[in-house]
Design a protein around this ligand. Sequence first.
Ligand SMILES: [Zn+2]
Length: 160
Amino acid sequence: MGMNAREIRKLISADDILEWSRPTRGGCWQWEGSLHNDGYAAWNTGGRQVKVHRAAYLLFVGPIPKKRFVCHTCRNKACVNPDCLKLVDHKGLYEHNLEQGNVARGERNGFSTLNAKKVRRIRRLAASGKYSHRQIGDIVGCHQTNVTRIVNRMYWGHID
Ligand SMILES: [Zn+2]
């Protein structure tokens, strides 16, 4: 996973973040430096690459506990405004990614706990007409809301 707080503090400062970002009308701090391949703000220094939104949380808000992830409430991955960031656990991150449609990209998403096999199983169970979405959620271990979205092809539409 990412580097620890001490390493991050050595590589980037709060001033760096303020200097390299620009407030938008929507309330974000738009990163004007480079971006990671996945669209997140990147800070490259000394051969290391820092995820700036994580650094922003750490420097402006506080420590990031183990097994907690920093995610955006503003849907803007290149935003580094600490007010747009929140800590979530693994489950929260998964739900966040579902909401953002990131999981629609499928299994390549490292945080996705649903795989193609499970999606097909959900759709098969739904097609049988024997189970409610809640029951299907209990069977496969996934929230009812997500079952509905998968059945309606709002998520994982690329899976037959
Ligand atoms: Zn934002």
